[in-house]
Design a protein around this ligand. Structure first.
Ligand code: FES
Length: 101
């Protein structure tokens, strides 16, 4: 398997028990995951998306991070995710949605 250029991790709030119980999941992260999966394919982006457990930035959820760049995004919506993918196609972060440290 070839490694993707970008790997997008979307918090889906999984706890140690495997239950998705947290802010991101309750605020639509599952739909966001589906949206990103479809858009990556439609755009032919060299990227992979995976769901994760809590990224520990719950107050800013739904949260996601793009590696290897380490671009963290919070309060994500499909509209914001679209802008993130637009920027990713240019190899750039969507700076207006980046989390402050
Ligand atoms: S539940 Fe998503 S950052 Fe904590």
């Amino acid at each position: 398997m070839a490694k993707p250029q970008y790997h997008i991790f979307v918090c889906n709030s999984f706890r140690l028990t495997g239950e998705p119980q947290g802010v991101c999941n309750k605020k639509g992260a599952r739909d966001l995951l589906q949206y990103l999966e479809e858009e990556i394919i439609n755009r032919g982006l060299d990227a992979q998306v995976s769901s994760t457990g809590c990224l520990k930035v719950c107050t800013r959820g739904p949260a996601m991070v793009v590696y290897p760049a380490g671009w963290w995004y919070g309060e994500m919506t499909e509209q914001k995710a679209e802008a993130v993918l637009d920027a990713l196609e240019a190899g750039e972060p969507a700076t207006e949605f980046l989390m402050d440290s």
